[in-house]
Design a protein around this ligand. Sequence first.
Ligand code: UDP
Ligand code: MG
Length: 153
Amino acid sequence: MNRCQKCKKGCGLNLEDINTERSLIIIKPDGVQKRVAGKIISRFEEASLDIEQMKMMEIDKELAKKHYRDHAEKDFFSILLKYICSGPVIVMIVSGPGAVKKARELMGPTDPGKAPPGTIRGDFGRDITVNVVHGSDSPESAEREIGLFFGRV
Ligand code: UDP
Ligand code: MG
């Protein structure tokens, strides 16, 4: 039996469970409109991340403001809200060891112009606003964002 490396008492957790993180991923309205959602989902699967939950929805202004609350003072805030609320999105919880960092690496930098080919934003993004995908920036943000979109899961 795998023993938990934290408590050493055989609580039933294994090493992988301890490292397992969750990240909230959003395929933004441009990704759905351009019909590249399937390709984007495949990138996460091919990187051995598990899809725990997935749904299509439209984000209203209230939810968008909560999700992007850290950017409320930025000059791009209102255009960001307009963009993220402009059409259906696909929201997913992905999980696996180091899921937050792994997902960010798959996505590439915020600005698709700086994102290398082979990254999701490098391949499918348009500009620094319309950049096709969201991924949580830390395990703490992930848990907050998962709560906003999926409740306590
Ligand atoms: N964004 C923008 N202008 C900027 C920076 C960001 O419109 O100069 C948008 C873009 O859609 C980005 C989102 O705001 O994905 C959130 O910005 P953040 O800096 O958190 O980038 P991310 O974590 O998405 O890479
Ligand atoms: Mg961010």
